[in-house]
Design a protein around this ligand. Structure first.
Ligand SMILES: Cc1ncc(COP(=O)(O)O)c(C=O)c1O
Length: 245
């Protein structure tokens, strides 16, 4: 902020042109100050995020210094068509050229209706209803809610891997498995297991859902493995149900 001629505070905003000229260092500084300090230290400590991307097309990323990188990540599942797929760009351009309405609470969207229909045609059997979330956390929490609903509220246990990430919202944060206990209110009945690959027969009958995304490579163990420090909540004797057995 700077002071205006009448002493009022004038915000110093970054224009689109200036934004496109920001250096990697300045982007890091802005992230640290206004977005997420820990994201910068995490990414750069793995050697990521040190250069900025000029453009991306299909599976190729071109950095500002002209290097081409083959991107195998597929956006961790959200860019399965690759970067800037021409048919997606064409649809978006057609939408904006016609000044279509993006969102509204009180008008239905023909695009949502058509997408729901098309997904139902492509998915097997009676997988007909679509829930279109905006983030992974919303998808995970929506799935858990759906599982409660499917079981008529009669099941109350959720199994997650002890090393896992399920999102940044409160519910999905509580489902995330970390060495440190999540310090905030959690969805009740969350049980940790060492990996997400335990034998199916070991899944207790009262389980409402299993959240499976683990970065652990340890071998499979049932939730109430006898060799463990304490029994798992799955067998009813658990001492610390939110830590690994
Ligand atoms: C499997 C899985 N679940 C949930 C999430 C959380 O997604 P978001 O950050 O969009 O909420 C991620 C993000 O990496 C993920 O990979």
């Amino acid at each position: 902020m700077t002071a205006g001629s009448h002493g009022q505070r004038v915000p110093q905003l970054i224009s689109l042109d200036e934004c496109e000229q920001l250096t990697a260092k300045r982007v890091h500084d802005l992230y640290r100050k206004y977005v997420s300090r820990s994201q910068v230290s995490l990414m750069t400590s793995f050697g990521f995020g040190r250069e900025l991307v000029e453009s991306a097309e299909g599976a190729w990323i071109t950095t500002r210094d002209g290097r081409r990188i083959l991107d195998f990540t597929g956006g961790v599942g959200v860019l399965n068509h690759g970067h800037n797929h021409p048919r997606i760009l064409a649809a978006r351009k057609r939408f904006q050229d016609a000044r279509r309405m993006e969102v509204h609470k009180t008008y239905f969207s023909p695009y949502v209706a058509a997408l729901g229909h098309n997904l139902a045609q492509l998915l097997p059997d009676d997988l007909n209803m679509s829930f279109l979330p905006n983030s992974g956390a919303e998808a995970v929490e929506g799935a858990v809610k759906l599982a409660y609903k499917y079981h008529g509220g009669k099941r109350h246990r959720i199994i997650r891997a002890d090393i896992a990430f399920h999102g940044k919202l409160l519910g999905s944060g509580g489902l995330t498995g970390t060495p440190d206990r999540f310090r905030f209110p959690e969805i009740p009945g969350v049980v940790s297991v060492p990996t997400a690959t335990w034998p199916r027969s070991a899944t207790p009958s009262a389980t409402v859902a299993t959240c499976t995304r683990s970065s652990s490579s340890r071998s499979a163990r049932p939730p109430c493995g006898a060799a463990q420090r304490s029994s798992c909540a799955a067998c009813g004797n658990c001492v610390t149900p939110t830590t690994s057995c």
